[in-house]
Design a protein around this ligand. Structure first.
Ligand SMILES: [Fe+2]
Length: 259
C-alpha cells in the first residue's frame, strides 16, 4: 500500500513530536503492509523556511529508519491550505508537489464553509498540469449536506482522498456518514491515513480498512490504496470507481453508522 497523506515528519507541525515517535510510527506503517509514505506537513501559509526544513528533516528520518532497519520509502509533499494554493504562482506550486510526481499536490480542505475560489483554484492548477488532491472532503460541513460542491471540484480536475480518522468517530457522525456516502457515489479515489502521533489507530490504514471490510470489494481496496496512489505518483490518470458501491452493503453501513 501507498499512504499519500501522513504527518510522520517530526518538528514541522503538530503531527509527530520527536524522532523516536517517528521511527515507531514508520515501523508500524511498514509492518502493516505500507511500502511508501508521502510525508505531508501542514503548510498554512507560504513559508520557504518550513519547506526547506522539511526537506532537511526527511533526510534525517531516512537515516534514522535505515539505522532502525525500517524499510519504508518516504516522499516529501505538503498539505497545502487552499488559500495558499489559490495565491501561489505555478513555480511555487511546483515546489509543493509530491516528490517524484509530475504535479500531485495535496490541498487541505476547509472544515467549515466553502471558499468561493475553490473550484477556480483547482481548475487553474489542473490546467497548469497539476493534480489537486482534496484531503478529507468528508470532514467539510457543506459536504455533509450535499456532494454538489465537491463534484464541481472533481469536474474541474481534482481527485478526492478520504482519510482514516473520519471513521474513528473523532470527527463526528456527519463525517463518518459523508465518508460512506462519497465512497458509494464513487467520488473517493484515494484512501490515506492522515497519521498524527496522537492518533495511534491512524498510524496505519488497518482500522479504516477493517471498518470497510465487507462493504468494499478487495479489488477496490487495492485500487484505493495501491493502484491509484501509484498512478498519482506516476502522473497517470486514476482509475475511476466502477463497482465500489454495493447498494445493499452501503445501506447497511449507513444504518450501522447512524445508530
Ligand atoms: Fe493531514
Amino acid at each position: 500500500m501507498i499512504d499519500t497523506h501522513s504527518h510522520l515528519l517530526p518538528w514541522v507541525d503538530h503531527g509527530c513530536p520527536d524522532m523516536d515517535t517517528c521511527v515507531l510510527m514508520a515501523g508500524a506503517a511498514a509492518a502493516s503492509g505500507i511500502s511508501t509514505v508521502v510525508c505531508t506537513p501542514h503548510l498554512p501559509e507560504w513559508d520557504p523556511a518550513l519547506i526547506q526544513r522539511a526537506g532537511e528533516i526527511i533526510e534525517e528520518v531516512r537515516g534514522a529508519l535505515a539505522s532502525a532497519g525500517v524499510q519504508l520509502r518516504l516522499l516529501l509533499g505538503f498539505e497545502v491550505d487552499v488559500a495558499v494554493a489559490a495565491t501561489v504562482d505555478t513555480e511555487r506550486a511546483r515546489s509543493l508537489a509530491i516528490e517524484g510526481s509530475p504535479g500531485a499536490i495535496l490541498l487541505e480542505m476547509p472544515y467549515v464553509g466553502w471558499p468561493v475560489y475553490m473550484e477556480e483554484t483547482i481548475f487553474r492548477l489542473s490546467t497548469a498540469g497539476f493534480v489537486p488532491v482534496l484531503a478529507h472532503p468528508e470532514r467539510n460541513d457543506r459536504v455533509h449536506k450535499s456532494s454538489e460542491l465537491l463534484e464541481g471540484c472533481i469536474k474541474a480536475g481534482a481527485v478526492a482522498q478520504a482519510t482514516a480518522g473520519s471513521l474513528g468517530g473523532e470527527f463526528g457522525r456527519a463525517s463518518m456518514r459523508a465518508f460512506y456516502r462519497l465512497l458509494a457515489e464513487g467520488s473517493i479515489q484515494l484512501l490515506a491515513s492522515d497519521a498524527h502521533a496522537h492518533r495511534r489507530e491512524n498510524w496505519t490504514m488497518a482500522s479504516m480498512l477493517a471498518s470497510l471490510e465487507g462493504m468494499v470489494a478487495p479489488r477496490d481496496v487495492v485500487r484505493l490504496t495501491e493502484t491509484n496512489p501509484s498512478r498519482l505518483l506516476a502522473g497517470d490518470k486514476l482509475v475511476a470507481s466502477a463497482s465500489t458501491a454495493n447498494g445493499t452493503s452501503w445501506r447497511r453501513a449507513r444504518r450501522r453508522q447512524s445508530r
